[in-house]
Design a protein around this ligand. Structure first.
Ligand SMILES: Nc1ncnc2c1ncn2[C@@H]1O[C@H](COP(=O)(O)OP(=O)(O)O)[C@@H](O)[C@H]1O
Ligand SMILES: [Mg+2]
Length: 221
């Protein structure tokens, strides 16, 4: 990896090309993205032994933006996402999500911001022992705030949204294709109506046709 190139490039989704040199975004400079940043990463370093994964990384994501991180395998995309999700801590630097610093904030506050995002992990994994319906419903059940009728409707609406027929709700993951599993994992990521959606290699493992239709689906959200 060359020293001059950033390990991870930041590109605007759906438009192609690099957003700006070094991946830094000037608020207001792009037009149409008003308000406070949704994500602010500043001076972030990640070092494992002598492997410097992130070198003084800066990233600002504004409301309404779709940002893609592009980089080779092992360049640090997943690690950065996990750090923004608060699952790992960088060695140096600060991360704010919705204006709240991940380090030093009260656990209750952090739990609240976790409900404002959805995550589709690289594996897009569903629990193999649970049918589709129960997989999608998990984030709702954790909140223990909704009655069964509401939960049912919510799951069905999300299935509609990701173009999965409602009759598949009681199938087991093993009986579904890879493309369907991705869509259902996306439905689960969307079930709390997140303001922020993280997708780690959403099209990995899909054939070109399914991959393209998945990208269209994400763009349509
Ligand atoms: N817990 C860890 N301990 C040591 N090295 C790690 C750890 N997590 C990630 N890495 C290393 O950090 C680098 C970035 O990994 P990752 O974020 O998964 O890359 P990407 O998602 O871009 O393929 C890799 O070299 C990986 O081996
Ligand atoms: Mg990865």
């Amino acid at each position: 990896m060359s020293q001059d190139e950033p390990d991870v490039q930041v590109v605007p989704g759906g438009q192609g090309g690099k957003r700006s040199e070094g991946g830094q975004h000037k608020p207001g400079g792009q037009g149409g993205h008003e308000g406070d940043p949704v994500i602010e990463v500043s001076g972030l370093w990640t070092v494992f032994g002598d492997n410097v994964v992130h070198r003084d990384l800066e990233l600002t994501v504004m409301p309404g933006e779709v940002v893609s991180l592009v980089g080779g395998s092992g360049s640090g995309k997943t690690t950065l996402m996990r750090q923004i999700l608060g699952l790992e801590h960088p060695h140096r630097g600060s991360i704010k999500v919705f204006g709240i610093p991940l380090l030093g904030s009260h656990p209750l506050l952090l739990r609240k911001i976790r409900r404002r995002w959805g995550v589709l992990s690289q594996e897009g994994a569903l629990y193999s022992a649970l049918p589709v319906f129960e997989n999608i419903v998990l984030p709702l059940r954790e909140l223990r705030a909704f009655d069964e009728g509401f939960i049912h409707d919510m799951v069905m609406l999300k299935l509609d949204m990701v173009d999965i027929e409602r009759r598949h709700a009681w199938k087991m993951p093993a009986d579904l294709s890879g493309g369907m599993i991705k869509r259902i994992a996306l439905a689960r990521a969307l079930v709390l109506e997140p303001e922020l959606l993280f997708l780690d290699e959403p099209t990995a493992g899909l054939d070109p046709d399914r991959s393209e239709s998945f990208v269209k689906l994400i763009q349509s959200l």
